[in-house]
Design a protein around this ligand. Structure first.
Ligand code: SF4
Length: 429
């Protein structure tokens, strides 16, 4: 977003919580595209508010009568940076730079902006540093390798020090909690599945989905450590054996599963970087019509002028044909990062049992491939379409609606219908 400033190595931040890099190599440099200044909810704490107040924007000729902060929601007490009617941050300049940064320097910005796209995921041993793929440069892996001694990483850690390590592991299934080492064994299996280079990505996702539902049917808290290890091995073998049926003959998911899936996909549509909804009635109306028709699964999805051409519902289910490894690379890397960082369980879904949190990762695959069809209804997908699908999935990880009860219930119903692996196989065509 803005040029990074040189940073003295002697001033390296020393967080109390040890920060590690994940076991994948990530690449990132800011290319000043300003995507992070559109539609992002930048929540402000007391310190951020005090800094903004000292900058006296109320006296600035460009901001007279303009609100620079606003309530984060009708029923929420938190405050965020204000947006313009087109959804951009009130401080974004026409050249893509941040006005606070330009006038007062990096450290004058709210802490969330200073740290983006870096984020730490707490775990029992400290915290893992991850790069948010809602930034297109991170989604495309463009830039230098991410290392802890980079000045921008150190700035990010200084602005937002990692949270305390998690003390208690999440429940594995509702009412069943295991110790840390057993819980991590399960997340290790998820990582092993999703990064297993012996299979194509869709197959790995299906393995993970089946493994998760087999585990959901167990009562693992009654097992000792070695029994759990044996159980996980057996479930993993069973998952690989069962996966074949979804690829021998690809049948569409049943009607109820399709309806639930489209409701989930609709929540992601408005996060797509090519859909920039403004606070105006034509855009609200477009969204109402689109969500309604997606729910029904029939009819024509209306165009959004200058942004999206509209399409017939069937187009969103059409086969894409084989996609090259280069095209799939951003999606591959997104799932590898999701698997090894475990943000799905330790950060973004507090209170969700582990198996339910894993479902949110797995459903990301069919949603991502559906979004590629949505973005390119009348042409062959491009690398840019893939990058934007990944950006959307990352944005969804932090959307309140996708961490709430309705989303959780939809995933439970899909799991009960046994249709999550079928959705993955269907949208991989
Ligand atoms: S989205 Fe990423 S590349 Fe674009 S301005 Fe923000 S940090 Fe830089």
């Amino acid at each position: 977003m803005e040029t990074k400033e040189p940073f003295a190595p002697s001033a390296l931040a020393r967080p109390v919580v040890p920060v590690r890099l994940p076991s994948i190599e990530e690449h990132w440099d800011c290319h000043q595209c300003a995507q992070c200044c559109y539609g992002t909810e930048i929540l402000l704490d007391e310190e951020d508010l005090a800094k903004l107040q000292s900058q006296r924007w109320d006296l600035h000729p460009d901001y007279r009568g303009v609100r620079v902060i606003q309530r984060a929601g009708l029923f929420r007490r938190s405050v965020r940076l204000a947006h313009r009617p087109d959804g951009t941050c009130v401080f974004l300049l026409p050249d893509g730079l941040c006005r606070i940064h330009r006038d007062f320097g990096l450290q004058a910005k709210p802490k969330l902006c200073q740290a983006f796209p870096f984020q730490t995921v707490p775990d029992p041993g400290g915290a893992l540093l991850v790069v948010r793929r809602s930034c297109p440069s991170a989604a495309a892996g463009r830039g230098q390798p991410v290392r802890l001694d980079r000045s921008d990483v150190q700035e990010a850690l200084r602005a937002r020090p990692p949270l305390e390590p998690i003390r208690q592991p999440p429940e594995v299934v509702k009412g069943h909690r295991l110790g840390w080492s057993e819980t991590l064994r399960i997340t290790d299996w998820v990582e092993r599945f999703l990064r297993d280079q012996n299979y194509p990505l869709v197959r790995r996702v299906v393995h993970t989905a089946i493994f998760t539902e087999l585990l959901a049917g167990c009562r693992p808290a009654r097992l000792n450590r070695s029994e759990l290890g044996e159980l996980l091995d057996l479930l993993a073998q069973q998952a690989v054996r069962e996966a074949g049926q979804y690829f021998q003959q690809r049948r569409p998911p049943d009607r109820s599963a399709q309806m639930l899936f489209r409701r989930i996909a609709a929540d992601y549509v408005r996060l797509h970087p090519r859909i920039r909804l403004r606070r105006c009635w034509p855009h609200r109306w477009w969204w109402i019509k689109t969500a309604w028709r997606l729910g029904r699964g029939r009819g024509q999805l209306p165009p959004l002028p200058d942004q999206w051409p509209g399409t017939a519902m069937e187009t969103l289910d059409r086969p894409l044909g084989p996609l090259s490894p280069e095209l799939l690379q951003p999606v591959e890397e997104y799932f590898a990062a999701a698997a090894c960082c475990r943000a799905y369980s330790f950060l973004t879904r507090p209170g969700w049992p582990l198996v339910e949190a894993i479902r949110t990762v797995v459903i990301g695959y069919p949603v991502g491939m559906w979004l590629v069809r949505f973005a390119a209804p009348d042409r062959t997908p491009t690398l840019q379409d893939m990058i934007e699908a990944v950006m959307t999935l990352d944005r969804g990880e932090r959307l309140a609606a996708l961490a709430g009860g309705a989303h959780r219930q939809r995933l439970r119903l899909l799991a009960r219908l046994g249709e999550i692996p079928r959705l993955a196989a269907w949208y991989a065509r």
